[in-house]
Design a protein around this ligand. Structure first.
Ligand SMILES: [Zn+2]
Length: 274
């Protein structure tokens, strides 16, 4: 299991893509509900590999997703998750990063899954062609994960309803990546939608846990300099946020303090998949 790119090997061979010079074509603005607008970049699909872009920015996107769980998700029972969808529009040379959380204010409310909350602007407002990847950051607590998906997975995968929505979505295909992380991104699992469908197909028919085999999980380590490129992408993101990227909203002092904490983490440590 896992995506056909094995992260530990493939990531080590990544070179700094030209995409690192990407600049947002739209200003970061907050809408009236205080949510940050998506980041839309121009992207040269003919000369750049968007999958490489995603892997290169894995650390940054995982952290961003984790932050969304903490800041944007709302759950009456404290079960929060963040989702970042990376959407592409090759026709218009655009790549967009959309981050949301799940929202469920009351037991009797319908569940607004993070995956679906990211998909709404992608489909209805930004009209992107395709969703290349979903980052999901929720929890590494297996008991909590069982409450949602009834299986002892080590990270939270899309729920049954999301699975149906993924199948129906015109923007999602078999190759769309699902990258799921624990809440403190200490652990990660990777699969394509095709692999996700295969993983849950039998279990969701039989309800028998024996029909579920948890995919390989990667440990995120913080003491190995082979992961320096991840740290670099992470720290570039910190710098961008420090100069007012708008990714984090709220109290400016708090934002500066957190940026400093993130920057300190980066200079002391790097991140590596194991
Ligand atoms: Zn869901």
């Amino acid at each position: 299991m896992g995506i056909n790119i094995e992260p530990p090997v493939e990531l080590n061979h990544l070179l700094l893509p030209k995409s690192s010079e990407l600049v947002p074509v739209e200003e970061h603005i907050q809408d009236k509900e205080g949510l940050v607008q998506p980041e839309i970049y121009t992207f040269d699909f003919e000369n750049e590999d968007y999958r490489r872009f995603i892997l290169f920015n894995l650390g940054r996107l995982a952290v961003r997703t984790r932050e969304a769980a903490a800041e944007r998700a709302k759950s009456y029972r404290g079960f929060t998750l963040g989702v970042t969808a990376v959407a592409i529009d090759m026709e218009a040379s655009r790549l967009g990063i959309f981050t949301e959380g799940n929202v469920k204010n009351d037991k009797n409310d319908p569940t607004n899954c993070g995956e679906l909350n990211t998909e709404i602007p992608i489909v209805e407002f930004y009209r992107m062609e395709r969703i290349a990847a979903f980052f999901i950051a929720a929890t590494s607590n297996v008991e909590k994960i069982k409450e949602v998906n009834q299986v002892p997975a080590r990270t939270l995968h899309p729920c049954k309803n999301c699975g149906i929505a993924l199948k129906r979505s015109r923007e999602v295909d078999n190759e769309t990546l699902l990258l799921s992380f624990g809440k403190v991104i200490d652990i990660a699992q990777f699969m394509t939608v095709k692999e996700y469908n295969a993983l849950y197909a039998t279990f969701r028919k039989t309800g028998n846990v024996k029909d579920y085999k948890d995919p390989q999980a990667y440990k995120l380590r913080t003491d190995d300099d082979e992961g320096a490129f991840l740290a670099e992408s992470y720290s570039r993101s910190v710098r961008r946020q420090s100069i007012g990227g708008g990714e984090f909203h709220g109290d400016k002092k708090r934002v500066q303090k957190r940026n400093q904490e993130l920057a300190d983490t980066i200079t002391r440590e790097s991140i590596h998949f194991r």
